[in-house]
Structure formats: structure tokens, C-alpha cells
Write a protein that binds this ligand. Structure first.
Ligand SMILES: O=C(NO)[C@]12CC[C@H](CC1)C2
Ligand SMILES: [Ca+2]
Ligand SMILES: [Ca+2]
Ligand SMILES: [Zn+2]
Length: 304
């Protein structure tokens, strides 16, 4: 037939083989996933190392996306599906807008580009320079981090500067942990491919990668929108404390309720503590183990 929902295979950034939800049309297979319960689709494109977005569809003639230059495309597509499933299965949230919006990812953005970002409409991933980063779509926690920026934008709308900005960053790191539940590290799969055992950030030990883990270490700076990638260590440690104290499931339910019901654009760290406590009270009752675990998690990082 001319059009069909198909299942292909691909090789990811780390050389791992995975199944892909693809689409066949007139002799070509597309990284175009129509299988989710959404009005939109999950689609993956390539900028071919230029910087115009969204770029052209990632395609293959035989539905086996196993070329070296397809690895970033494979993982961006696969992990976007994992992130969609996480939000739908855990919170019944239908894509980042909760209305089934299409999730578009573009890989091979720029040249040796050591970053990834949500541009307000779509995901964008660089290839890295092979020293600082390899292709940034190669890790679930980076993809989950970035798509969570879109969720935050559509819910709490935390302003991307100062404490609300560091909180915005921490929400992305924290939901990446909820999705991955492998460790408390961010970016370990794609950061410094020539060096094993390191990571971009650690939620269990933020100071290992130069972040404060207590309000006493808050960095006042004008760079990086007021240090949003530095000061996120403080709420990140609080999230780690929360998970250690009450477990992943209760923690993720509390965080999601805080994000969607209580947090707002100018919420600072203290407001975040209050939002988490209000959510814990709603879900488990004031004075519950969960409530008390949240309270101590934030007190330990100097936020009251
Ligand atoms: O923290 C981030 N963005 O706000 C990063 C930086 C490198 C990884 C991809 C995007 C994480
Ligand atoms: Ca990780
Ligand atoms: Ca490394
Ligand atoms: Zn971020």
C-alpha cells in the first residue's frame, strides 16, 4: 500500500538496537510515530548540520535505521516515545500540552553543537563535539529533561531566571530521574564519551559537579540567567532527599501535583517547599510519612 504504520529497527548513539514506530509512504520509511493516543504524532527530523528548523524528516529506504549518521535520530525518536508514555501512563497527561500536541525533535543541529534545548515549539539536539558531548539525544535523562521544560512551560510557567529558573531546571532534572530510575546522574550516557564514570550533574551529590546543595551555598550571579544550572543543585538535593525518604512513586505524584496545581511563574525555593507540602497534604494528609519526608527533605537543604 502507499501508506502504512510500520515497525522498524534502529541502532542508537551507544550502539544499542531498538524497535521504532515508523511510517511507510510511497517507498520510504519515516521516523513518524502515529501509535500514541494523541491527536498529534511523534516525529523526528534532521537539520543536516545546518541550523534551520524543523529540518527534513529522518527517512530510510528499508526501515532499518542502522547507519552511523542515523544514531542520533533513532534515540531522539525512541526516547521521545518513552517520555510520552511516561507522562501518559503515570499521570494520564497527553503530551506536553495535555492535548496531544505533536512532539517534534530535530537532531544534527549545527556543527559540533554541545547542547540541546526546547525552543518553545520543539526539541533540538546537537551532535556534540565528540569530547565534551556525543550526540545529546543519546540519553533518556537529557530527552526527559528537555521535554519536561515544555511541560513546565505549559503548567507552572516558572520564569527562566534566578530561583524560579533554577527550580525550572530542577523540575526537568527531577522528572528525568523519575523516568530513568537508574541512578541520580544527569547526562552520564552522553557527557565526555572518552571519560567513563562522570556526569554533567548529580542530584545525590550536587557538589561533585560544582553545584551547591544547600541554600547557604546559593550563588548570586548574572551569568546563565542568574545561575539556573548552578543553583538547581539545591532543589535537586531536596528532590533526592524526598525520593530517598518516601520513594519514587509518592515523590513523582507530589512533584506532578505541585507543578500542575501550586507552582507559578515567580515561585522561589521556599514557595516550592510550600507547594510540595500542599501536594503531599492533598495526596497523603498533613502529618503523613510522605508529608514529613517532604518537610525534612527541604529543611535539610536550608529551605523553609
Ligand atoms: O541542562 C540542560 N539544559 O537546560 C542541558 C545542558 C546539557 C544537557 C542538554 C541540555 C542538559
Ligand atoms: Ca541518568
Ligand atoms: Ca563521560
Ligand atoms: Zn534545562
Amino acid at each position: 500500500s502507499y501508506n502504512a504504520v510500520t515497525e522498524g529497527t534502529g541502532v542508537g548513539v551507544l550502539g544499542d538496537t531498538k524497535k521504532l514506530n515508523t511510517y511507510y509512504s510511497s517507498g520510504t520509511y519515516y521516523l513518524y510515530d502515529t501509535t500514541k493516543a494523541m491527536t498529534g504524532v511523534i516525529e523526528t527530523r534532521t537539520a543536516k548540520n545546518l541550523s534551520s528548523l524543523p529540518g527534513s524528516y529522518s527517512v530510510d529506504p528499508d526501515d532499518n535505521f542502522n547507519a552511523t549518521n542515523q544514531r542520533a535520530d533513532v534515540d531522539a525518536h525512541y526516547y521521545a516515545g518513552v517520555v510520552y508514555d511516561y507522562y501518559k501512563n503515570t499521570f494520564n497527561r497527553n503530551s506536553f500540552d495535555n492535548k496531544g500536541a505533536t512532539i517534534t525533535s530535530t537532531v544534527h543541529y549545527g556543527r559540533n553543537y554541545n547542547n540541546a534545548f526546547w525552543n518553545g515549539s520543539q526539541m533540538v539536539y546537537g551532535d556534540g563535539d565528540g569530547t565534551t558531548f556525543t550526540s545529546l539525544s543519546g540519553s533518556l535523562d537529557v530527552v526527559g529533561h528537555e521535554i519536561t521544560h515544555a511541560v513546565t512551560e505549559r503548567t507552572a510557567g516558572l520564569e527562566y531566571q534566578g530561583q524560579s529558573g533554577a527550580l525550572n531546571e530542577s523540575i526537568s532534572d527531577t522528572f528525568a530521574m523519575f523516568m530513568d530510575q537508574k541512578n541520580f546522574l544527569i547526562g552520564e550516557d552522553v557527557y565526555t564519551p572518552k571519560i567513563a564514570g562522570d556526569a554533567l550533574r548529580s542530584l545525590s551529590n550536587p557538589t561533585q559537579y560544582g553545584q551547591p546543595e544547600n541554600m547557604s551555598g546559593y550563588v548570586n550571579t548574572t551569568s546563565d540567567n542568574g545561575g539556573v544550572h548552578t543553583n538547581s543543585g539545591i532543589p535537586n538535593k531536596a528532590a533526592y532527599n524526598t525520593i530517598q525518604s518516601i520513594g519514587y512513586d509518592a515523590a513523582q505524584k507530589i512533584y506532578y501535583r505541585a507543578l500542575t496545581v501550586y507552582l507559578s511563574p515567580k515561585s522561589n525555593f521556599s514557595a516550592a517547599r510550600a507547594a510540595m507540602l500542599a501536594s503531599a497534604a492533598d495526596l497523603y494528609g498533613t502529618g503523613s510519612t510522605q508529608y514529613n519526608g517532604v518537610a525534612s527533605a527541604w529543611t535539610k537543604v536550608g529551605v523553609n
